[in-house]
Design a protein around this ligand. Sequence first.
Ligand code: HEM
Length: 169
Amino acid sequence: MVLTSSAKAEVDEVLGTKRDISFEDLGKFSYLSQVLKETLRLYPTAPGTNRWLHEDMVINGLKVPAGCSILFSSYVSQRLEKFFKDPLKFDPERFDASAPKPYFCYYPFALGPRSCLGQVFSQMEAKVVLAKLLQRFEFSLVPGQLFDIKDTGTLRPKSGVICTIKPSS
Ligand code: HEM
């Protein structure tokens, strides 16, 4: 599969046969980072958040009174055609450094002063785990899977993501 091989090529280039991953290595995983960002676009683990309005506001011409709680769905806005071309296509190039930055329509960790406290940590952790897995194993998806989603407040794969795994050659 092209995607995993590009991410794997990057991991192999940065790590070679090294067993430990340093902080400096993490900054070199730019494509892996794009893959993770695109994964959180289509499958935001926490698919939304809410905010309480402490004063009246007009949003898109609609007057919303103070005291209302407003729900923001990252799952919905991150799949809208008006924000992301061909939105259901998994395309890490959307997050290439040269691509325009998504503006208030991509927020898997929410935005503002109460956004996720663990967002930097969790992205570092995901890169370490993925890099180690890609360095050591080859993954191929077992065909015919549904990729359906189970929403329990956080999202997870309903029918699993079944792969065949073999040691890297
Ligand atoms: C992929 C992993 C994660 C995702 C997608 C995620 C997403 C989110 C989201 C959407 C919020 C709501 C923020 C808001 O409503 O403004 C949140 C809050 C929070 N997250 Fe995460 N999170 C992740 C991992 C973590 C980890 C690993 C930690 C801790 C080490 C963490 C700690 C927190 C805390 C403390 C808050 C509450 C922040 C506040 O209310 O000020 N998160 N997270």
